[in-house]
Design a protein around this ligand. Structure first.
Ligand code: ARG
Length: 460
């Protein structure tokens, strides 16, 4: 018999040391300790309130648990493999500290409902932090967008120049994505915030516990209605990993654009020295490591989502040890998303400088105003398809003669169609092309200013 183990006397010999290591989760679930202590304090209060333990035991348990919290915060509580997991580690230390009272804490509770409680408390906290980080990132995006309402940038479809747009409009597209991320996390938080405490191992308990009371003490909206579901549900973790994956999709798309824009080929943006890195061999290099890492880290978060889905599929009710595998995935996804949001916030706050001159040249040197020539004629009553075909021909002739649309003389325009007048030049200037797209949700400067104001209101 291994005297250190918390398991029952049913076991005659001690665990094989390799198996002990294989089985243990203390190496990573120590991350849950603060939540484990908080959950245990609520449980102790409930046990006393319902008369299951004495007031005296309650006081001992609470003070012992708070002592462990202090020890942990001071770096003095470092349980090893022999504790198996954070729950056993706390119970052992508690019994050392307060004696027999410590052995009463686990009355009417199982590690199955306990670990579910801890994980939900942890995730609830992290979701709140991530939502705040999204707000910070959004604010930085808006600050940048506000400075670039009238900065033109080529807009692309198929990564081919399409129509010029306002740089602020481009940035605001990412604001919208992150707004959905913020909202989605808020919706998930409701399903995270349900208490499994008191579900016991799987079937509830014979003790007259009060699950509504512990739920309330811990700030949960309600207790799980079914004990089997309560101990084995990890939908909330999958939902979080899904939301985390979408955050990474959005950050990764933005990263990809920064990487392209910072290339010599685009030269739309310059990375400042505080957010770029050099090469060990090529002295001229300045690399976009931050957005590259964010783009790369997206993969591991998607992997955790996939892993968690596979973990849950075909798992019979109720608790199975497989569920111990949920934690590293969750912790790593949380850490990754938090790290990426932080890095991108810094990058967008102080690490980028747009080449406004180069952007202005870019939108003036191509045919991205061709739609506007067609629109010009269509507005004068020429059927759009007819105008479109005519402009296609003009573009081809221009390409042959090495000219841009703005280089055509008024005579040339009028030879193409009598409806062209001298205002055609103004109509196809990049500023006008952007300003004129004033439909709701469009890139017109007035619309962008309105959208900025609405966005500011949202993050306030
Ligand atoms: N370390 C376990 C986990 O993370 C705690 C629950 C263990 N329960 C059990 N019956 N073995 O899932």
């Amino acid at each position: 018999m291994n005297p250190q183990k918390t398991w029952s006397q049913r076991f005659e010999s001690s665990l094989n040391p390799e198996i002990e290591r294989f089985n243990a989760s203390i190496g990573f679930d120590i991350e849950l300790i603060e939540y484990d202590l908080t959950g245990s304090i609520a449980h102790a209060k409930m046990l006393a309130k319902t008369g299951i333990i004495s007031e005296d035991d309650r006081e001992k348990l609470i003070s012992g648990l708070e002592t462990i919290r202090q020890e942990y915060r001071n770096g003095e509580f470092n349980p090893g493999i022999e504790s198996e997991d954070v729950h056993f580690a706390v119970e052992r230390r508690l019994t050392e500290l307060v004696g027999d009272a410590g052995k009463k804490l686990h009355t009417a509770r199982s590690r199955n409902d306990q670990v579910g409680t801890d994980t939900r408390l942890y995730l609830r906290d992290r979701i709140a932090r991530i939502r705040q980080q999204i707000r910070n990132f959004q604010t930085v995006l808006l600050d940048l967008a506000e400075r670039h309402v009238e900065t033109p940038i080529p807009g692309y479809t198929h990564l081919q120049r399409a129509q010029p747009i306002s740089l602020a409009h481009h940035l605001l597209a990412y604001f919208e994505m992150s707004q959905r991320d913020w909202e989605r996390l808020g919706e998930i938080a409701k399903r995270v915030n349900v208490s499994p405490l008191g579900c016991g191992a799987l079937a509830g308990t014979t003790f007259p516990i009060d699950r509504h009371y512990t739920a309330e003490l811990l700030g949960f909206d309600r207790p799980y209605a079914n004990s089997l579901d309560g101990v084995s549900d990890r939908d909330f973790a999958i939902e979080f990993l899904n939301a985390a994956s979408l955050i990474m999709v959005h950050l990764s798309r933005l990263s990809e654009e920064i990487i392209l824009w910072a290339s010599q080929e685009f030269s739309f943006v310059r990375l400042k020295d505080n957010c770029a890195t050099g090469s060990s061999i090529m002295p001229q290099k300045k690399n976009p490591d931050v957005p590259e890492l964010v783009r790369g880290k997206a993969g591991r978060v998607f992997g955790h989502l996939q892993g968690m889905l596979v973990l849950m599929k075909a798992l019979p009710l109720a608790y199975n040890k497989d569920l111990q595998e949920d934690k590293e995935a969750l912790f790593d996804a949380v850490k990754t998303v938090q790290g990426c949001l932080e890095a991108m916030t810094i990058l967008f706050r102080e690490g980028l400088e747009f080449h406004t001159q180069r952007l202005a040249e870019a939108v003036a040197e191509d045919f991205s105003n061709a739609t506007d020539v067609a629109d010009y004629l269509a507005a004068k009553g020429v059927p759009f398809r007819e105008a479109y075909n005519l402009v296609g021909k003009v573009v081809r002739t221009c390409l042959e003669s090495g000219k841009l649309l703005k280089d055509l003389t008024l005579d040339e325009w009028q030879a193409l169609h009598p409806k062209f007048e001298s205002d055609i030049y103004e109509s196809i200037s990049p500023q006008q092309v952007i300003a004129a797209r004033n439909s709701f949700g469009g890139t017109g400067f007035d619309r962008v200013r309105e959208a900025l104001a609405v966005a500011r209101e949202l993050v306030r």
